[in-house]
Design a protein around this ligand. Structure first.
Ligand SMILES: *Cc1c(COP(=O)(O)O)cnc(C)c1O
Length: 365
């Protein structure tokens, strides 16, 4: 019997462009620069669901499993592919760490030069290592992310540089793929979607994707979008630029988000909210998710989980008073925990003799 190779299914195809090209600004002429990004697990979380109660089902979209450890790869595959198509010589970005890691990797793959402008001394160690090992030109600046983005906007006026921050619409387009995957897997959009908000590109991309799938009648539902900023870095929540944003969650330490307006639209149109979570709540949620569900994420990513806990808190009036029982809830966790090992508090065990009795005592059994 002759076995004929079947047309690969959407899941079998590798990479965001390959799987979702009809929803992306690419054509046959676009050279695809990919590392097999996307198709990350949507993990059903029994303990989280139990904590929320009301028969709700909570899923975590684990974006730390992308090739460079964050969702930035979804946008970067499109940004670098389009840059290559247009004949770009170099890409440039400002970054709190993950954009630079991703840009550096995809630029290496595209054989394009890459410059990354970073706030000096403010980048988590795992992310900084990535920018160097992928061969980017790393320029630390005396200033925060917002200052770095200002310089990058100036550099972008020169013909030799393509900006690959989320002000580049190709980035947002690629990042839509996470929401497409969620609908493809659940059979519809969830009722509630929670995610961390920094520069606000991701919440913009998710909402755009949910609407596109809704318009194409692939999804019947549209979710309520809840975005969470860190309390010390919450310009959208306060409706005011934050000059010196501070938070342990370095990936969302942004005082003047580039996609501010479109994030507000997503919140408004979905009847959602922007809220804040404290550093203490973020670190507790990070620890809780790792030790209860086996999912290790960086601090910024835990903002969505901290936000869910805040929603479940009886004292918070929103949005649970409106949340229907049996709702499906998705929390996006944006980056891998190994990106920022210094953020984790733990006590190292002291060494003992290699004797059963000593080891048993140390375990405490
Ligand atoms: C970039 C990033 C964010 C913030 O996403 P925005 O699109 O800027 O709102 C959150 N978490 C992680 C891990 C990130 O890398």
């Amino acid at each position: 019997m002759i076995m004929r190779a079947a047309t690969p299914s959407r899941e079998q195809r590798r990479g965001v462009i390959d799987r979702y090209r009809e929803f992306l600004p690419v054509s046959e002429a676009t050279p695809v620069v990919s590392l097999g990004e996307g198709n990350t697990p949507l993990i059903p979380c029994a303990r989280l669901s139990e904590k929320v109660g009301r028969g709700c089902q909570v899923f975590v979209k684990y974006e730390g499993l992308n090739p460079t450890g964050s969702f930035k790869d979804r946008g970067m595959t499109v940004a670098l592919s389009k840059a290559l198509e247009r004949g770009a010589q170099a890409v440039v970005c400002a970054s709190t760490g993950n954009t630079s890691a991703s840009a550096a990797a995809y630029a290496a793959r595209a054989c394009i030069r890459c410059a990354v402008i970073l706030p000096a001394g403010k980048i988590a160690s795992g992310k900084l290592v990535q920018a160097y090992v992928y061969g980017a030109k790393v320029v630390p600046i005396e200033g925060n992310f917002d200052a770095a983005l200002r310089v990058v906007r100036e550099l972008g006026r020169r013909p030799e540089f393509t900006i690959v921050n989320s002000i580049n619409p190709d980035r947002i387009a690629g990042q839509k793929s996470a929401a497409f995957e969620i609908v493809d897997e659940l059979g519809d959009a969830p009722d509630l979607h929670l995610l961390p908000v920094g520069n606000a590109g991701n919440i913009t991309a998710y909402w755009r994707a949910y609407r596109e799938y809704h318009n194409a009648a692939i999804a019947r539902n549209l979710p309520v979008m809840l975005g969470f900023q860190a309390a010390g870095s919450a310009p959208i929540f306060h409706d005011k630029v934050v000059e010196n944003p501070e938070t342990v969650a370095s990936a969302i330490r942004i005082g003047n988000p580039a996609s501010w307006q479109s994030a507000k639209e997503a919140i408004h149109d979905s009847k959602g909210e922007i809220d804040i979570v404290t550093d203490e709540e973020i670190l507790e949620a990070q620890q809780w998710l790792a030790s209860n569900e086996g999912i290790f994420v960086e601090p910024a990513s835990a903002a969505s989980i901290a936000g869910l806990f805040k929603c479940c808190d009886e004292r918070a009036a929103y949005p649970f008073k409106e949340l229907q029982p049996e709702s499906r809830i998705v929390c996006t966790v944006t980056g891998h925990g190994l990106k920022d090992p210094e953020a984790v508090r733990f006590t190292r065990g002291t060494s003992v003799q290699p004797l059963e009795a000593d080891v048993l005592r140390a375990i405490g059994f």
